[in-house]
Design a protein around this ligand. Structure first.
Ligand code: NAI
Length: 345
């Protein structure tokens, strides 16, 4: 029997994982709480810890889990910036779900963009109040506008295809440009200068943290629309707010927020929000916030459950070799994944 401590469980996770699990060899311990140093003990007696984007998987947590005999940390998401993979190396295997539905995220970015520039969020509220006035709802055509896409991986490329469907000019920046992709790559500065719309689809790393800061915003066109469905800390939210207040940034659509960990995924209506910056951003008429929802489609949830269970099975039932293992052996996680032929440790 493989026992899985499932942190930060929501109803939709429970449904998709229970539907797929073989009840003869998998036992879930579903926990509402997030994984932290204080809650790690709840995994005692389990074999696997299953975590999501806002769980804390730092060295202290990893050492505790190792002490409890945890053999695997199974991320049910793609991004692993919340996991100290280096600290886990040699102790606990870390696996993730590299792709579950890049369409879900790219389509959500497009939904946010259309909602924002055609003021659908405003119109929806107005007509519910039988207010049929059009004043203040003027939008702009996407056709002919320039969109700058940062990160041309799985999600970025689908977003590019969607934008081309609208007749937009697409320019892109990627640290590792894809060869023969037909994508018009430019420098990051050029992308900031030329884009009417900027959409972020790169991972959060030391290099990309606050890539949109005050000086980046200064370089942008007046009225630029900024979309972030990637990771909150790609944007310095203080600088974004300043750009909005200065009327430089025309609109911002945020599915992620740097300090989301203690806020998103929970019903906080009826409570006073302590995060002044987020409150101020939400109060802006040209800011749309969704709470890390871009992944949330039926297809994505099924794929997440399927891949996570197969990742876990590869360790316990097969030879221990898992394509989706995040290993620090060579110091370069992505490169190591491509060249791996044997168990990491
Ligand atoms: P991917 O790995 O396929 O593509 C990432 C791209 O970013 C690659 O082309 C890579 O070369 C590029 N990149 C790496 N470092 C860069 C840098 N310093 N500057 C510019 N580009 C750089 O990843 P995928 O699947 O397209 O996901 C992108 C991001 O979307 C993830 O890192 C994750 O943070 C986010 N995401 C958000 C979700 C949500 O629900 N809001 C769900 C899934 C992913």
């Amino acid at each position: 029997m493989i026992r899985i401590a499932f942190f930060d469980t929501k109803d939709y996770d429970r449904a998709s994982f229970e539907r797929l699990a073989n009840k003869d060899n998998i036992e879930y311990k579903f926990l509402d709480t997030k994984l932290t140093e204080d809650t790690a003990e709840l995994a005692n007696g389990c074999d696997v810890v299953c975590v999501f984007v806002n769980d804390t998987v730092n060295k202290a947590v990893i050492d505790k889990l190792y002490g409890y005999g945890i053999k695997m940390i199974a991320l049910r998401c793609a991004g692993y910036n919340n996991v100290d993979v280096q600290a886990a190396y040699g102790k606990i295997h870390v696996v993730h779900v590299p792709a579950y539905s890049p369409y879900a995220v790219a389509e959500h970015a497009a939904a946010l963009l259309l909602t924002s520039i055609r003021r659908i969020h405003k119109a929806y509220n107005r007509t519910r109040d039988f207010n049929f006035s059009l004043n203040g709802l003027t939008g702009f055509d996407l056709h002919g506008k320039t969109v700058g896409v940062v990160g041309t991986g799985k999600i970025g490329r689908i977003f590019i295809d969607i934008c081309r469907g609208f007749g937009m000019n697409v320019i892109a920046y990627d640290r590792y440009p894809a060869k023969d992709s037909g994508i018009d790559y430019v420098t990051l500065d050029e992308l900031f200068e030329r884009s009417d719309i900027i959409s972020l689809h790169c991972p959060l790393t030391d290099e990309t943290r606050h890539m949109i800061d005050g000086s980046a915003i200064e370089k942008m066109k007046k009225g630029v629309v900024i979309l972030n469905t990637s990771r909150g800390a790609l944007i310095d939210a203080e600088a974004l707010l300043a750009g909005i207040k200065a009327r430089k940034v025309g609109a911002a659509c945020l599915d992620v927020y740097e300090e989301e960990a203690d806020i998103f995924f929970e019903d906080r209506s009826g409570h006073i929000l302590n995060d002044e910056l987020l409150s101020r951003l939400i109060s802006m008429p040209n800011v749309i916030v969704t709470s890390h929802q871009a992944f949330l489609t039926e297809e994505a949830l099924n794929n997440i459950a399927e891949t996570t269970l197969s990742n876990i099975g590869s360790y316990f039932e097969n030879d221990g070799l898992c394509d989706n293992e995040l290993c620090y052996r060579c110091g370069n996680i992505e490169q190591c994944k491509k060249e791996r032929k044997e168990k990491c440790f």
